[in-house]
Design a protein around this ligand. Sequence first.
Ligand SMILES: Nc1ncnc2c1ncn2[C@@H]1O[C@H](COP(=O)(O)OP(=O)(O)OP(=O)(O)O)[C@@H](O)[C@H]1O
Ligand SMILES: [Mg+2]
Length: 271
Amino acid sequence: MTRPEILLQVTDLRVEFGSRRWGKKPFVAVDGMSIEVPQGRTLGVVGESGSGKSTLGRAILGLAPIAGGTITFDGRDITRPMPRQRRALSSELQVVFQDPYSSLNPALTIESILAEPLVAGGMSMSDARTRIAGLLDLVALPKDSLSRLPREFSGGQRQRIAIARAMARDPRLVVCDEATSALDLSTQARVIDLLLDIQEQTGVSYLFITHDLDVVRHMSDEIVVVNRGRIVERGAAERVVTDPQEEYTKRLLAASPIPDPVAQRARRAAA
Ligand SMILES: Nc1ncnc2c1ncn2[C@@H]1O[C@H](COP(=O)(O)OP(=O)(O)OP(=O)(O)O)[C@@H](O)[C@H]1O
Ligand SMILES: [Mg+2]
């Protein structure tokens, strides 16, 4: 099999949150991270709370202050894009956050929520309607959803709406930041399967950020493990989870709850 092309390349990225106080050093949230996401593949990002996972994703989306390094998307340098380039990127680079309720405008119907990015991208309302019907199909929501408001849906359904909105303009990369973390286990499994189906159908790439090792193993081709703003281990998803090389990864695995208590005891004993 030929190796797919690299869609996103991040090299030596550094994100600092400045302190305005005199003499106080800025806080380095991302300290020299390098990652690659091939076309149609998923890179998982795991690590403890506060390790810098979301900041990495936000920096790629242009939402965190970049102090060094480069971000290249499809061969273009997007480290510090001009507003026009940023707007153009919004069709290719999308995001799904943890909490679909706060990210969906509560006053808009599902139809308006899904139409908004399409119309903003220059589509006519009648073409948008056709596309929206396709999007509802893609995320398996009933046809009568269109006139309803976000609060009239369950958490899992709202996350499907957020996914549909992210997919509206056929993005090439979607940053999923704890996209399934707020859902109960069975809903989580269905949303993960949905994301995998969409990837198979559309060839989209994911940067899949989570603290959940089971989820990331299921979703990802490769994984990077981050600790205090640095990547401490990387490799094929299965290898990192079953045969971690670094102490930090071993501890992270030992601490993560897994459904099988026997395996969990063995894992804890080995760590
Ligand atoms: N806007 C900000 N200003 C100052 N510090 C920030 C800001 N955003 C994040 N940080 C700090 O950067 C560090 C990394 O935060 P980040 O949100 O990337 O962690 P995370 O790995 O996503 O954690 P979690 O699993 O809890 O979501 C944290 O110490 C956080 O307090
Ligand atoms: Mg986070």
